[in-house]
Design a protein around this ligand. Structure first.
Ligand code: NAD
Length: 252
């Protein structure tokens, strides 16, 4: 899909990989809406890239439906959705203080898996209203993690959620194929965003030692490049693409 002139929403677009993708989409000529939490940098970024900002909490499953509809109405349609809002909490299945807290488990699943799927079903609805261009109506890019495949100790909730995102890509692609909507996920290794951006070289070295090459954290712009390549290439569909410099996470 040619990005120029298309309408795109980046959920979680105020920071990190979402932010880099919003910037790259705008540079490529898309009209961009950033959805992110109230008080995030989304408003300033939207001004910077000539886009729009709508505050949203993706765990407010009903509220985000209205916010997305308002953003799509302002954009005049929706062709590209990149969903990066997410994050994890660490606890062992059974630790010194007892079994894993079930509410915490549910929170992580709600934020990452239910939150993403809720967006996807609504994004697909908006995309289905498009006139197809070269048979395509839309592209959805979700954010998984290497934790989906090699979750580390304490990542059981996050790994389950991100594996759910990875596993849903093919099914949603099959569900939405007749409408000309593609669905993919990106599974990044350790990327330099938010908290990790301040790590020293000494802190980073052990975390990336198992990468084949390059042995460093990924850069948000490298996620954005892959997201744009996915939008551009109609033969990419129904899979979760590792973006990991050949790294396989060790147990810890
Ligand atoms: N950074 C990494 O090493 C790494 C590795 C693998 C996967 N990931 C995943 O990549 C995605 C992006 O992470 P990042 O590192 O760019 O993080 P980040 O913290 O820089 O950006 C995440 C953005 O999502 C927003 N967000 C979080 N919860 C939200 C909610 N409930 N409603 C709306 N917005 C919300 C935040 O405000 C923030 O702007 C996340 O899903 C994360 O799990 C990150």
């Amino acid at each position: 899909m040619d990005i120029a002139g298309k309408s795109a929403v980046v959920v979680g677009g105020a920071s990190g990989m979402g932010r880099a993708t919003a910037v790259a989409l705008a540079r490529a000529g898309a009209h961009v809406a950033i959805l992110d939490r109230e008080g995030s940098d989304g408003k300033d970024l939207a001004t910077e890239i000539g886009g729009i900002f709508h505050p949203a909490d993706i765990t407010d499953f009903d509220g985000v439906e209205e916010v997305l509809a308002a953003a799509v109405a302002e954009l005049g349609g929706l062709h590209v959705a990149v969903n990066t809002a997410g994050g994890g909490k660490v606890q062992k299945t059974l630790g010194r203080n007892g079994p894993h807290d079930l509410d915490m488990y549910r929170q992580v699943i709600d934020l990452n898996l239910v939150g993403t799927f809720n967006l996807n079903r609504l994004q697909a609805l908006h995309m289905s209203a498009n006139d197809p261009v070269d048979d395509e109506r839309g592209v959805i890019v979700n954010t998984s993690s290497l934790a989906a495949f090699e979750g580390q100790i304490g990542q059981v909730a996050y790994a389950a959620a991100k594996a759910g995102i990875a596993g849903s890509a093919l099914v949603m692609a099959r569900d939405l194929g007749p409408l000309g909507i593609r669905v993919l996920a990106i599974a990044p290794s350790l990327f330099s965003t938010g908290a990790t951006a301040g790590f020293t070289d000494e802190q980073v070295a052990p975390l990336v030692k198992d990468a084949a090459f390059p042995k460093r954290m990924g850069r948000p712009e490298e996620y954005a490049k892959l997201a744009l390549a996915i939008v551009d290439n109609p033969m990419l569909n129904g899979q979760c693409i590792r973006l990991d410099a050949g790294q396989r996470f060790a147990p810890r």
